[in-house]
Design a protein around this ligand. Structure first.
Ligand SMILES: [Fe+2]
Length: 474
C-alpha cells in the first residue's frame, strides 16, 4: 500500500513539474533533446514530490502523535480530577463523620457524667431531679425546639418545666393521665401527624390545648416509671418546619434515660426505708424521755410540729422539713442526763444548777454523734439554745452562724415552752407568747424566722397538733 501511494505521488509530482516546464518553456537543457528533458524533469518532479510528501507526512505523524498524546493527557487529567474530587468527597465525609463522632462523644460524656453523678442526684427533691433529667436530655438529644417535663398528680398531668409552652395555662387545663398513656404508650419516637389524641379529647379541648402549645412535627418521649408505676414523662419536640429529624441514636439515648430514672427511684426507695428506720430510732429515743420527764416528751412533739409548720411556710425542701421535724423530737434528748430534782424544781435555779441545765444541748449532741448522716439534726440539737445576738449557749454563735433549721427550732421551742405550764410558772397566754417572740426578733430569734412565724394563719393552734411520729411522711 505504501509503495502504491509512493508511485502515485511520484507520477503526480513528475506530471505537475512537466506541465510547469512546458508552460514556462524557456529553460532548455540536454541540447533540446525533448526525450531526455522529459525523463529528467519527470524524475526530478517525482523525487521532489516524494520528498515533499515525506516531509509533510512526517509533520502529520508528529501532529497526530501530539494530538493523541494530548488526548491521553486530557483523559488522564480528567481521571485525576475525578479521583481528586472523589478524595475531596471522602475527606468531607470523614470530616463530617469526625464532627459527628466528636458530638456523639460529647453527648456520651454528658450521659456518663450524669450516670456517675447519681449519688449526687439521689439527694435531689423528686421535682428537681425530673427537671435535671429534662435538662440533660436537652443537651444529648439531636435537637429540640420545644419540650416539657411533667409528673402525674392525682391522675392529672402537672408540668414541672416547659420550653415553648404556656406552663400556667397548661396546668389550668389539667390533662388527664390516661390521655398521655394512650397516646404515648411507651418511650420512643412519635410523629404528630399520627397523633391519636383526637380519640381521647373533644375538639374544643384540643383547640384550647393548642392555643398554649407549639406546633411540632415529631417528638421524642420518655416515659418515666418505676416498677410499673407511671410517675410522669418528658417530651422533646421539633418544630413543624424544622429540617432536623430524630434518629435511632436519639431513641437509644432516651431509653438509657429510663435506666437513669429507675436508679434514682431505687435510691429514693432505699432512702425512704433508711429514713423510716431513723424515725424508728428517734421514736425509741423519744420514749426514753417519757420515762424521765413526761413534760419534755410532749414538749418535743409540739416543737417538732411547730418547726415543721414554719419550715413549710418558709418553703424548705421536703428533706429539710423532715430533718427539722426529727430535730424537734430530739432537741432536748440531753435532758435525760439532768437530775429530775433540777428539772422539776419549782424554785429559782442556783447558778450551779443552771450550769447543769446548760449542758443538755452538748450531751444530746454527744449521744447522737456516732450516728452518720445526721449532720443538720446534730447541729440543731447542739445549738438550739444559741441566740441570734450571740449571747446563747454552748458556743455563743450568732446570726447566720446558726443554721436556718436551728433558728426555726429556737422559735418553735420558745413558743411551746411559753405556752405550757412549767414547774416554776403557769403557761403564758398565746397572745403574750406571740408578743414575746415579736419583741425578741433580732435579739434571741432570727428576724426572718420571726417574720414568717408571726404571719402564719394557724399560729394560735400550733401546739395543739397530735403527738405522733409520722413514718416518712412529715
Ligand atoms: Fe432545750
Amino acid at each position: 500500500m505504501k509503495n502504491t501511494k509512493l508511485i502515485k505521488d511520484y507520477l503526480f509530482g513528475g506530471m505537475v513539474l512537466i506541465i510547469i516546464i512546458f508552460l514556462i518553456n524557456e529553460i532548455t537543457f540536454f541540447n533540446n533533446n525533448i526525450f531526455l528533458e522529459f525523463i529528467f524533469i519527470f524524475t526530478l518532479g517525482g523525487v521532489f514530490n516524494v520528498f515533499i510528501n515525506k516531509y509533510f507526512s512526517h509533520k502529520e505523524v508528529k501532529t497526530k502523535n501530539a494530538e493523541k498524546d494530548y488526548k491521553l493527557l486530557k483523559n488522564e487529567n480528567e481521571e485525576i480530577n475525578a479521583v481528586y474530587q472523589q478524595l475531596e468527597a471522602y475527606s468531607q465525609t470523614i470530616d463530617q463523620l469526625n464532627l459527628e463522632l466528636n458530638i456523639s462523644l460529647d453527648k456520651h460524656q454528658i450521659l456518663i457524667d450524669s450516670i456517675s453523678d447519681i449519688h449526687i442526684y439521689k439527694n435531689y427533691d423528686e421535682d428537681d431531679y425530673l427537671i435535671k433529667v429534662y435538662e440533660i436530655a436537652k443537651k444529648i438529644i439531636s435537637g429540640y425546639d420545644y419540650g416539657v417535663v411533667f409528673k402525674y398528680v392525682d391522675d392529672y398531668v402537672y408540668q414541672l418545666k416547659t420550653d415553648g409552652y404556656n406552663i400556667q395555662k397548661l396546668r389550668e387545663i389539667k390533662l388527664e393521665k390516661n390521655i398521655i398513656e394512650n397516646c404515648y404508650p411507651k418511650t420512643g419516637l412519635y410523629f404528630t401527624k399520627d397523633s391519636t389524641i383526637r380519640k381521647f379529647m373533644s375538639e374544643d379541648r384540643i383547640n384550647e390545648y393548642s392555643k398554649y402549645s407549639p406546633a411540632s412535627k415529631e417528638v421524642i418521649y420518655l416515659s418515666i416509671k418505676y416498677q410499673d408505676k407511671h410517675i410522669g414523662g418528658l417530651f422533646l419536640e421539633l418544630d413543624k418546619n424544622s429540617k432536623l429529624k430524630y434518629n435511632k441514636n436519639d431513641i437509644k439515648i432516651v431509653n438509657t434515660f429510663q435506666l437513669l430514672v429507675e436508679s434514682y427511684y431505687e435510691n429514693l426507695e432505699n432512702a425512704i426505708k433508711e429514713e423510716n428506720r431513723l424515725v424508728d430510732i428517734v421514736k425509741a429515743m423519744t420514749n426514753i424521755l417519757e420515762y424521765h420527764d413526761k413534760y419534755t416528751k410532749y414538749h418535743s412533739f409540739n416543737v417538732a410540729n411547730i418547726a415543721k409548720q414554719i419550715g413549710k411556710e418558709m418553703k424548705l425542701s421536703n428533706k429539710d422539713i423532715k430533718e427539722l421535724y426529727l430535730s424537734g423530737l430530739l432537741h432536748d434528748l440531753g435532758k435525760t442526763f439532768i437530775p429530775k430534782e433540777i428539772l422539776n424544781k419549782k424554785e429559782k435555779l442556783t447558778d450551779e444548777e443552771f450550769e447543769i441545765i446548760k449542758k443538755h444541748p452538748t450531751d444530746g449532741f454527744n449521744v447522737l454523734n456516732s450516728i452518720k448522716n445526721l449532720d443538720k439534726i446534730k447541729a440543731s440539737v447542739k445549738h438550739h439554745h444559741e441566740r441570734c445576738d450571740g449571747t446563747g449557749y454552748p458556743d455563743g454563735l450568732k446570726g447566720d452562724e446558726i443554721q436556718l433549721e436551728t433558728q426555726i427550732l429556737a422559735v418553735a421551742d420558745a413558743y411551746d415552752a411559753m405556752t405550757t405550764n412549767r414547774p416554776y410558772r403557769k403557761a403564758f397566754s398565746k397572745e403574750r407568747a406571740i408578743e414575746e417572740i415579736r419583741n425578741n426578733s433580732g435579739k434571741q430569734f432570727s428576724p426572718i424566722v420571726c417574720e414568717t412565724f408571726l404571719k402564719m394563719d394557724n399560729i394560735e393552734n400550733l401546739s395543739d397538733n397530735e403527738c405522733e411520729v409520722e413514718n416518712g411522711t412529715v
